[in-house]
Design a protein around this ligand. Structure first.
Ligand code: EPS
Length: 402
C-alpha cells in the first residue's frame, strides 16, 4: 500500500490496540460511532467465546480528525482492551516482583499446533509462548477493522460500497442467491452466522454447537463484494500494482486465512475458456464501466490486475481456530517432553467475524488503488478527479457505439 497505508500495534491482553492510518485526504467525514458500528459487527457471530462478553470495543480518535472531518494527517485510533484489568501483572511492561510465578504470569509452554506459538518461540528465542501468541491472536483484527472503517467511509464518499457474507462453515455450504442483495450487509448482518441462506444457517449453527460439545473448532469461507468500483483501478504493468495480487496478499495476512479466490476462483481451472471469460458488449447499465458491460462476472471484477467496473468479488478460506478444548499432541518447550497443547479460552468459530475483517482489508486495498488512480489531497479533489476520469471513459464508450 503506497497511498493509503496503515499499521497496527498492541497485544491481545495489553492495555490497548492501536492503528495509524495514513493517506486519507482532508475533508472525509469521520465519527467514532461509525467506527464502533464496524467494531461491533466484528465482535458478533455465533460461535464466539467468552472474550467477546468481556469486551465492547470502542475506538478513540487520537489524531488526524477535527470537528468530524479528516485533516489529511495520520489518523491514530485506539481500542482499549477491557480484559487488561485482569492481566496487569501478567502483561506488565515494567518488571514485576512475582515473575517466577508461571501461573500468575500466565506463561505458556505447550504450543498449539496451527498457532504461531512454536515457530514464533523459535524465531524470537522465547520459552514462554505468551510472548508470541499475544500478538499473533486474532484480537489484532479489531485494529484492522477500525482502520478499515476509515477506508470504507472514503470509498462510500466515492460511491463504492463493501459488504460480505458467509459462504460456508464446517463444510456446510450456503446456496447462492440468484442476485446478490444491493445492500449486502443489511441482508447478512441479521443472521447469527451472517449467511444469506436460512436453511444452511440452521445447519451451520447446529454444526457449531456439535463442535463445541466435542471440544473442536470450525473454519469456513467468507465472500466480500465491492460495488461501484470504477473500471481502471490497479495496473497490468507491474506485479505489485495488480489489484488481484494486492487483495490476495491483504486477505492472506488475516489470521487463520489459508486461501483466497477471485470471481470463479479455483473453479475457473476446471472449465474451458468459453465457459469462463465474460463476453464484452456495449452496455450503459454498468455505470462505471465506461459504457462497456459483460455477459457475466466470472472474473470477479478484475482482468489483468485492473478493475472492470463490475463488482469485485473475493472469497477467503479460514481454517478452524487452533485452540482446541480436546487438544492435539505437542512438546513442552521447557523439557522437550510429549504433552497436550495448552487450552486457552477461545472461540469455536469466528467465520462470521472474519467476513467483517475481510471487508476492512478489501476496503483498504481499494482505497489505496482509488487514491493511486485519481489522487487528491481533499475529498472534493478526489471526487472531481474521479468524475473527470469517469466522464472520459464514458465518452470513449459512447464514441465506440456511434
Ligand atoms: C479475539 C480475542 C481473543 C480470542 C480470539 C480472537 O481473546 P482471548 O484470547 O482473550 O480469548 O478470543 O483469538 C483467537 C482465537 C486466537 O487463536 O488467537 C478477538 O478479539 O477477535
Amino acid at each position: 500500500m503506497t497511498r493509503f497505508r496503515f499499521t497496527t500495534a498492541g497485544e491481545s491482553h495489553g492495555p490497548a490496540l492501536a492503528a495509524i492510518v495514513e493517506g486519507l485526504p482532508a475533508g472525509v467525514p469521520v465519527s467514532a460511532e461509525e467506527i464502533d458500528r464496524e467494531l461491533r459487527r466484528r465482535q458478533g457471530g455465533y460461535g464466539r467465546g467468552g472474550r467477546m462478553r468481556i469486551e465492547s470495543d470502542r475506538a478513540e480518535i487520537l489524531s488526524g480528525v477535527r470537528h468530524g472531518e479528516t485533516l489529511g494527517s495520520p489518523v491514530t485510533l485506539l481500542v482499549r482492551n477491557r480484559d487488561w484489568a485482569n492481566w496487569t501483572a501478567a502483561m506488565s511492561a515494567a518488571p514485576v516482583e512475582n515473575e517466577g510465578d508461571d501461573e500468575a504470569m500466565r506463561r505458556v509452554f505447550l504450543p498449539r499446533p496451527g498457532h504461531a506459538d512454536l515457530v514464533g518461540s523459535l524465531k524470537y528465542d522465547r520459552t514462554d509462548a505468551r510472548d508470541i501468541l499475544e500478538r499473533a491472536s486474532a484480537r489484532e483484527t479489531a485494529a484492522r477493522v477500525a482502520a478499515g472503517a476509515l477506508a470504507k467511509r472514503l470509498l462510500a464518499e466515492a460511491g463504492i460500497t463493501v459488504g460480505s457474507h458467509v459462504v460456508s462453515i464446517g463444510g456446510i455450504v450456503a446456496g447462492r442467491p440468484d442476485e446478490m442483495p444491493e445492500d449486502l450487509n443489511a441482508a447478512s448482518d441479521p443472521s447469527p452466522v451472517r449467511c444469506l441462506d436460512a436453511e444452511a444457517e440452521g445447519r451451520m449453527i447446529d454444526a457449531i454447537d456439535a463442535a463445541k460439545r466435542a471440544g473442536d473448532t470450525l473454519g469456513g469461507v467468507v465472500e466480500v463484494v465491492a460495488r461501484g468500483v470504477p473500471a481502471g483501478l490497479g495496473s497490468h504493468v507491474s506485479w505489485d500494482r495488480k489489484v488481484d495480487g494486492r487483495l490476495a496478499g491483504a486477505l492472506m495476512s488475516v489470521q487463520a486465512i489459508k486461501g483466497v479466490e477471485i470471481g470463479l476462483g479455483f473453479e475457473a481451472a476446471m472449465r474451458p475458456g468459453s465457459r469462463v471469460h465474460d463476453a464484452i458488449r456495449l452496455d450503459d447499465a454498468l455505470e462505471r464501466g465506461g459504457g462497456y458491460g459483460r455477459a457475466g462476472n466470472n472474473a470477479g471484477g478484475l482482468e489483468g490486475g485492473i478493475t472492470t467496473g463490475q463488482p469485485v468479488i473475493v472469497r477467503a478460506a479460514m481454517k478452524p481456530i487452533s485452540t482446541l478444548m480436546q487438544p492435539l499432541e505437542t512438546v513442552d518447550l521447557r523439557t522437550g517432553e510429549r504433552a497436550e497443547a495448552v487450552r486457552e479460552r477461545s472461540d469455536v468459530c469466528a467465520v462470521p467475524a472474519a467476513g467483517v475483517v475481510a471487508e476492512a482489508m478489501v476496503a483498504m486495498v481499494l482505497a489505496d488503488a482509488l487514491l493511486e488512480k485519481v489522487g487528491g489531497d481533499s475529498l472534493a479533489e478526489v471526487r472531481r478527479n474521479l468524475d473527470g476520469y469517469l466522464e472520459r471513459i464514458r465518452e470513449r464508450g459512447v464514441f465506440a457505439g456511434a
